[in-house]
Ligand binder design. Sequence first.
Ligand code: PLP
Length: 407
Amino acid sequence: MDINELSKEVEEEVKDIFAKIDNVCEYNSMKVLKAFQDNNISDMHFGSTTGYGYGDIGRDTIEKVFAQVLCAEDSLVRSQFISGTHALTVALFAFLRPNDIMLSITGKPYDTLDEVIGIKENASSLKSFGVNFEQIDLVNNDFDYEKIEETLKNKKIKLIEIQRSKGYSTRKSITMEKLEKVIKCIRNIDKEVIIMIDNCYCEFVGTKEPLEVGADVIVGSLIKNLGGGIAPNGAYIAGRKDLVELAGERLTAPGEGKEVGPTLGINKSILQGLFFAPSVVRSSLKTAVFASRMLEKLGYKTEPLYNEERADIVQTIIFGDEKKLIKYCQGIQMGSPIDSSSIPEPWDMPGYTDKVIMAAGAFTQGSSIELSCDGPIRPPYVAFMQGGLTYEYGKLGVLKAIETMEN
Ligand SMILES: *Cc1c(COP(=O)(O)O)cnc(C)c1O
């Protein structure tokens, strides 16, 4: 069948789903606009500081805006965070002390945390400081309530980590409904345990954020959803005031904390990125829905299915074939605005165990709110695709990838 014909057919089929995505975008846009207005954002907040960055009113107000949007008491939104992994690392080292137990209830955390936690040997890991790690795997894509309850009753756990997005696994991402249910269950047994959410790829996918359903602290990257494709780098930690303060003291230095941190001219980009974020997440979601249905029609297994509820912007395509995975990723690269003529090959990326192929023709290096696609070279040869600054560019990228793979 002609790909353009198929594409038209698919767009007809997904109309109602797109309308729902539009509604979510409108709701989140209202939230963002209100936070800008309530905090009186003006020209002076676009200013810049250098050196220590004392008294950076733009930075401090950005943190109030993010806190309001995410329903947090406070937030830390900094370009000194290199990436999401760095922000998660700062949070973990800030909250955990020797002999504490960190418990993941969504199985093994994201690959780049292996050396942070000490699952993979590293002389600077949490393990090297005497912090213990335990994990409880998901069962049938849901929490193992029995094991979670048993563990919380028998041991003093300091911190529970919940990773909403699937990472490089084939499990489903965690919906807000499931998250709310498990947090209620945890709180019934333990009022003190810190509930920390790895919120990467999940912001603005729905109308609620994790702090609204009882999480203590959330962490995410600004070269994903909340950066709106405009923030040049950075990440955030948001939630309980005492926890955000601890994270600030760890990011900079005890005694200095959130008071320092020069913004070097990026305040306007951070604000503009957040302003665009609801719409950019919408484009990413539409691109994912379109790709899911297209590839399903071409005979591939996709997760989520085009009409399933989404918890994040990630679309997985299960190729079951190394060559197809590689070709699809190469096609995404060819369909990108930047570096469209360089062909990605699988390589040993720092922080990852298997070889990974990464297609990223992005304005910002490593930005995965821009259309990007990657996959570890291991069975069942799954592509993890996400992003799309506009739906039109997302769709064009997907069509190019399909054409490349099928020929
Ligand atoms: C992207 C991501 C991270 C952090 O990755 P960085 O590339 O370091 O920003 C962590 N957890 C999940 C689930 C992610 O998707």
